[in-house]
Ligand binder design. Structure first.
Ligand code: SIN
Length: 474
């Protein structure tokens, strides 16, 4: 049974053991909230939300967020250690993620004060027409394990800045980082009842969030299948939804590219978080004139990666999140090999074991084609498949031939081509001559079946607001 919801935590029966990806051994246990806990948390957030909004100005909410930001930065080493242990990413990457997570809070602390309405010339005589922005209400927040800190703050900070309350279902694989962030939020003075966290392994919890009439908005980052299901469920009560879903990002290297820069950009995009980001390069298209040079240089860089525990400072590639993630890469490699691709570096030997940690050898393959599984399915791991192409037209056709449209990257020195290809890639985010596109100020989100809504940036706040028009006879 749940207790203590007034302090923002649901305490329920402990879950089964969570595993450390680096050793495949027990990390710990957290509360495993049931549906009654969720209902109670939603009711508590619902009761708290109007008080929070009406009793604070945008500036005051911004001040609270800034305090939360400062506490996170002051405790970044501890949070990074928790994140590293539960997710597996290296301590350096975990620290980077904590700072990245905090940057969304400081960004929305500023945005909280810039929530403008407008005045509109009315067509009626003696009438004043204006708009104000109001919070949507209680928000159900469902986040993934690959960014246990940043995906929480990218959603929760704008929600709180707008004056909403939140009920968070943190990822069942990585709940501890969220709990640590919550503790600091409460310490910063954010009203606990506006910030509900319910760790759970119960898959029905997401259904409860998406169907409970007290919830007015769902923000979800995760798979396209789950996103579609949530959108259908949320439609029953016409909730607002923001969906940041799967990707299948192309990287395109043209003959005229700076190949060293293309290799560096590909390394960042492909191997950040051991290939477990939804904006990771999934298909690497290289034009015929530079395919040999690019492949050799990429292999040289990949051969320097060091796989190991994230706690070891020399590690560059931590483990994957679980054994199933390694198995998926194995299957992608096997399928590509059976259809004529070649392993240029790495590969997973038969009988490879994940009993002592979910490690996955970084792998580069050449001769990959559109008929192979990896062309259509997000690997979500350290597999770099190289496809050779001839012309710009051909590669645009290949790159856009997917139901996904989250991120895309390309490398060229031709300014005209840079603008043309950026326009024609069917994605929500483009990196030109860079693999690094994520930042608090950059709109994050996709097109097609990668979802809708934008996080971060000047657009992120309005995802949690409604516009009210006020007509006054004067
Ligand atoms: C994600 O993988 O969902 C987020 C990646 C990012 O913020 O760069």
């Amino acid at each position: 049974m749940s207790q203590g919801l007034s302090n923002g935590y649901a305490i329920s029966d402990p879950s089964e053991a969570l595993k450390k990806p680096s050793t495949a051994t027990e990390l710990g246990r957290v509360a495993d909230c049931n549906l009654d806990d969720f209902k109670e948390a939603i009711q508590s957030a619902y009761d708290a939300q109007p008080k929070f909004f009406y009793n604070t100005t945008g500036k005051q909410r911004g001040d609270l967020l800034r305090k939360w930001h400062d506490l996170i930065i002051a405790n970044q080493d501890d949070i990074a250690l928790i994140l590293c242990l539960e997710n597996g990413k290296t301590l350096a990457e975990a620290t980077g993620e904590v700072v990245y997570a905090a940057s969304f809070i400081s960004w929305f602390a500023e945005e909280a004060t810039r929530s403008y309405g407008v005045t509109i010339p009315s067509s009626y005589p003696n009438t004043a027409l204006s708009t104000i922005k109001e919070p949507v209400g209680v928000c159900g927040i469902i986040t993934p394990w690959n960014f246990p800190a940043a995906m929480i703050t990218r959603k929760v900070a704008p929600a709180l800045a707008a004056g909403c309350s939140v009920v968070i279902k943190p990822p069942s694989e990585t709940p501890y980082t969220c709990l640590a962030l919550t503790k600091l939020a409460v310490e910063a003075g954010l009203p606990p009842a506006t910030f509900q966290v319910c760790p759970t392994k119960d898959r029905q919890a997401a259904t409860e969030l998406a169907t409970n009439p007290l919830i007015r908005k769902i923000s979800f980052t995760g798979s396209t299948n789950v996103g579609k299901m949530l959108a259908k469920l949320a439609a029953g009560t016409l909730k607002r939804t923001s969906l940041e879903l799967g990707g299948n990002a192309p990287v395109i290297v043209f003959n005229d590219a700076d190949i060293d820069a293309a290799v560096e950009g590909t390394m960042f995009s492909k191997f950040r978080c051991t290939g477990q980001t939804c904006v990771c390069a999934n298909r690497i298209y290289v034009q015929s004139g530079v395919v040999k040079e690019f492949t050799e240089k990429l292999v040289a860089r990949v051969s320097k990666l060091k796989v190991g525990s994230g706690l070891d400072p020399s590690t560059t590639q931590g483990p994957l999140v679980n054994a199933a993630a390694v198995k998926k890469i194995h299957e992608h490699i096997g399928d590509a090999l059976s259809k004529g691709a070649k392993v240029e570096f790495g590969g997973i030997p038969e009988g490879y074991s994940t009993n002592n940690g979910f490690y996955c050898p970084p792998t580069v393959m050449s001769g990959v084609t559109a008929s192979m599984i990896v062309a259509n399915d997000e690997s979500f791991g350290p597999l770099a498949p190289i496809f050779e192409f001839g012309t710009e037209e051909e590669v645009l056709q290949l790159a856009n031939d997917t139901e996904f449209g989250l991120a895309g990257y390309f490398f060229t020195r031709d300014i005209g081509k840079a603008h043309r290809v950026a326009q024609r890639l069917q994605v929500g985010m483009v990196g030109v001559n860079t693999g690094k596109i994520s930042a608090a100020e950059a709109p994050f989100g996709g097109v097609k079946e990668s979802g809708y809504g934008r996080e971060g940036s000047l657009y992120g706040l309005e995802e949690y607001q409604t516009i009210k028009s006020i007509t006054v006879a004067i």
